[in-house]
Design a protein around this ligand. Structure first.
Ligand SMILES: [Zn+2]
Length: 275
């Protein structure tokens, strides 16, 4: 069973042709981010194995990677959150430059909570991606980017995403406490041998970041971009700043949902104030 397929660079095909002792019987995708899904088409072509992906996740995969105007739409959306034109333009240029690399397995078998695949229980763990799946068997959680060692998984707000992705993520971390896996195999880095403790650390991290986000708000309306400069004050290149803004917005929207902040934005850019 192959779980996630990387970017689909030429080494994937070499690896699948040369180094396997047994054939791949199925390919699972945890979520549609490029480093997990783009190799799906190559992996399917080389191994002939069926591809399985979450129902919602595949919808978003098509929405983002299957549509030509996505770079335009995301750049416009960032501008609407106060991102300066030169940064938004670079996001657009990078999107256009990446377009020829986009590949994913079309029309996979769709999965949802409660399904089983090859003896693994499908668990929906939204947050890092809206339709993020985990796979659980015998206390082993194939975690994708739901839990990572060393860094906290990015949780951003994006156009057409869930309205409160951080709320969804915190619920998925709670769910992790209940599932209580004994080990998690993440999408990046070494196995996590106390997944519940790691989930708890990440909850604490976001509690602290939410506090800092609330502190960055006052009576004056501020855009997500402006708040991101307070939360991520180090100088960042355009693609890193883009993630910082998306992450800031997920925290702002959590505060709006819990009543600690207000969103304005019927006219001009979207802005936030303290509630
Ligand atoms: Zn990811």
């Amino acid at each position: 069973m192959l779980v996630d397929t990387g970017l689909g660079l030429p080494d994937l095909e070499e690896l699948l042709r040369a180094e396997l002792e047994e054939p791949v019987e199925r390919i699972l995708i945890t979520h549609f981010h490029p480093d997990h899904v783009w190799g799906g088409e190559t992996a399917h072509r080389v191994t002939g194995a069926p591809v399985f992906q979450g129902r919602l996740d595949y919808e978003q995969c098509e929405q983002v990677w299957g549509s030509r105007d996505w770079p335009e739409r995301i750049a416009a959306w960032f501008r609407g959150h106060g991102v300066p034109p030169e940064i938004a333009d670079e996001v657009l240029d990078q999107g256009v430059a990446a377009a020829p690399l986009i590949r994913f397995a079309r029309d996979p078998e769709r999965l949802a909570e409660g399904d089983r695949v090859g003896g693994w229980d499908v668990v929906e763990l939204p947050g890092h991606a809206d339709g993020h799946l985990g796979f659980l068997h015998d206390g082993v959680l194939l975690a994708g980017d739901h839990l990572l060692p060393g860094i906290t998984p990015a949780v951003g707000l994006y156009p057409e995403s869930r309205p409160d992705p951080l709320g969804a993520y915190l619920a998925s971390l709670q769910r992790t406490f209940e599932l209580a896996p004994r080990i998690a195999l993440p999408g990046h880095g070494e196995p996590i041998d106390d997944p519940v403790a790691r989930a708890r650390e990440i909850v604490e991290h976001h509690d602290e970041r939410l506090e800092r986000t609330a502190e960055a708000l006052g009576p004056e309306p501020r855009t997500g971009y402006a708040v991101s400069l307070a939360l991520f004050p180090t100088e960042l290149g355009p693609s890193q700043r883009r993630f910082a803004v998306a992450e800031t917005l997920s925290h702002l929207e959590r505060l709006v949902t819990t009543g600690s902040a207000r969103r304005l934005g019927d006219v001009g850019p979207v802005t936030y104030t303290a509630a």
